[in-house]
Design a binder for this molecule. Structure first.
Ligand SMILES: Cc1ncc(C[n+]2csc(CCOP(=O)(O)OP(=O)(O)O)c2C)c(N)n1
Ligand SMILES: [Mg+2]
Length: 358
C-alpha cells in the first residue's frame, strides 16, 4: 500500500494515505500475498505465533486477577486486544535488533521471548523479576533481549529508540530499532523532533504507532486533528502506512517488508497500526467513555480468534489440539505465578543500585 500522490485543492501536492482495510482472516478471503506468506511461514511457525498470542492473553488475565487479589501493586496497563501487533511485528525482527515501548509493555516483552516467570515476578515486585523487582509493570527492561524499556513517561521511549538507531548507523551494524508508541504519545513534541532527526540522518528506526483509539479517556477523534496518523510521515519525507492491527498476518507482512528494505538501505518509517484495547487505560479505569457495543464490535474481530479460526480452516490445528495448547499455556502461567510468589523481595541494599543520580 504505497502512498499515492494526489492533487490537493491548492497547487501543491500532498500524499494520500489509504485507510487500512479490515478483512478478518479466513481461508476464503485470503489475499494472494497472505497465501504466499502462509506458505513461507508454514504450519509450525503460525502455530508458534498463535501460541504466543494466547500466552500474552493468559498472562494478562492472570495478572489482572492477581492485582484484584492485591498480590500486585502499583500500575497495571493491560494489552488485551493488541496481541497481534506485538507478535506480528516482533516475529519479523532479528534477536539483536532493538525494541523500545511504552508502559503497556507486557505483550512486547513476552513476544520478545522473555520468560513469563521473570515478568510475573516483576509485577509481584520480586528480586527475580526482569528489572530486579524495582520497575514493576511499566518498566520491563532486558539487556539480553535488547529491550530498552518499558517507559512510564508518555513518549519517553521515542528518542531512546532514535538513539539506538543512531548507534546502529554509527557502528555500521545493520540492526533495526523498533520503537512503539501510542496515539496519544504522537502529540508529544519529542515525537516530531525525533521524526525530523530520523529522516534527516536516514536512521534505521521503525516507529510503530499502536492506535488503540484512546489516550487514557480521550479518543483520537477529540485529540488529534489529522485522523490518519500515518499521514504525518509525509511531513518529514518519510514512508508511512496504516494497517489493520487486529490481523496478525498484516502486522507480520508489513514489518517483514519494512525490515528487509531497511537492512539493505537504512531509512526511517512510520507504521500506524489500528488496534483496540479491551480493558480500560489502566486497571483503575472503568472505561465509561466508551460503549459496550464498541467493545463488542472489536471482540468480534478478536486477533486471537481470527488466527485460531484460520488454523482450523487450514487443518493446521484441530479443536482438541487448540484446547490442549490453551491448557498448556494456562498451566505455564500458573507456574509463573508460583515462581513469583515464592521469590524473595529485593534486598534493602539493592535500593540504591541501578539508580541514576547526576
Ligand atoms: C509526559 C506524560 N504526560 C502525561 C502522562 C499521563 N498519561 C499516562 S498514559 C497517557 C495516555 C497515553 O495514551 P497513548 O499514547 O495513546 O497510549 P495507550 O495508553 O493508549 O497505550 C497519559 C496522558 C504521562 N505518563 N507522561
Ligand atoms: Mg492509545
Amino acid at each position: 500500500m504505497d502512498p499515492v500522490p494526489v492533487k490537493s485543492s491548492s497547487k501543491s501536492q500532498v500524499l494520500a494515505f489509504p485507510e487500512a482495510e479490515t478483512t478478518p482472516l479466513s481461508r476464503s478471503t485470503l489475499t494472494r500475498t497472505h497465501k504466499q506468506l502462509l506458505d513461507d511461514l508454514g504450519r509450525d511457525r503460525l502455530v508458534e505465533m498463535y501460541r504466543k498470542m494466547v500466552e500474552i492473553r493468559s498472562f494478562e488475565q492472570r495478572a489482572e486477577q492477581m492485582y484484584q487479589q492485591r498480590k500486585i501493586g502499583g500500575y497495571l496497563h493491560l494489552y488485551m486486544g493488541q496481541e497481534a501487533v506485538a507478535v506480528g511485528l516482533l516475529a519479523a525482527l532479528r534477536p539483536d535488533d532493538y525494541v523500545a515501548t511504552s508502559y503497556r509493555d507486557h505483550g512486547i516483552a513476552l513476544a520478545l521471548g522473555i520468560r513469563a516467570e521473570l515478568l510475573m515476578a516483576e509485577l509481584f515486585g520480586r528480586a527475580t523479576g526482569v528489572s530486579g523487582g524495582k520497575g514493576g509493570s511499566m518498566h520491563f527492561f532486558s539487556k539480553e533481549k535488547n529491550l530498552l524499556g518499558g517507559h512510564g513517561i508518555v513518549g519517553g521511549q521515542i528518542p531512546i529508540g532514535l538513539g539506538a538507531a543512531f548507534r546502529a548507523q554509527y557502528m555500521e551494524t545493520d540492526q533495526i530499532s523498533l520503537t512503539l508508541l501510542g496515539d496519544g504519545a504522537m502529540n508529544q513534541s519529542v515525537f516530531h523532533e525525533s521524526m525530523n532527526m530520523a529522516a534527516l540522518w536516514s536512521l534505521p528506526v521503525i516507529y510503530v504507532v499502536e492506535n488503540n483509539q484512546y489516550g487514557m479517556g480521550t479518543s483520537v477523534e477529540r485529540s488529534t486533528s489529522v485522523k490518519n496518523l500515518a499521514m504525518r510521515a509525509s511531513a518529514y519525507g518519510m514512508e508511512g502506512v496504516q494497517i489493520d492491527g487486529m490481523n496478525l498476518l498484516e502486522c507480520y507482512r508489513t514489518m517483514h517488508e519494512a525490515v528487509k528494505k531497511r537492512r539493505e538501505s537504512p531509512s526511517p518509517m512510520l507504521i500506524e497500526v489500528k488496534t483496540y484495547r479491551y480493558r480500560g487505560h489502566s486497571i483503575s479505569d472503568p472505561g465509561q467513555y466508551r460503549s459496550k457495543e464498541e467493545i463488542a464490535r472489536y471482540r468480534k474481530i478478536d486477533p486471537i480468534t481470527q488466527v485460531r479460526r484460520l488454523l482450523e480452516e487450514l487443518d493446521w490445528l484441530g479443536e482438541a489440539d487448540a484446547k490442549a495448547l490453551d491448557k498448556a499455556v494456562r498451566d505455564e502461567i500458573m507456574e509463573a505465578v508460583k515462581f513469583a510468589e515464592e521469590s524473595p523481595e529485593p534486598e534493602l541494599a539493592a535500593r540504591d543500585r541501578d539508580v541514576y543520580a547526576p
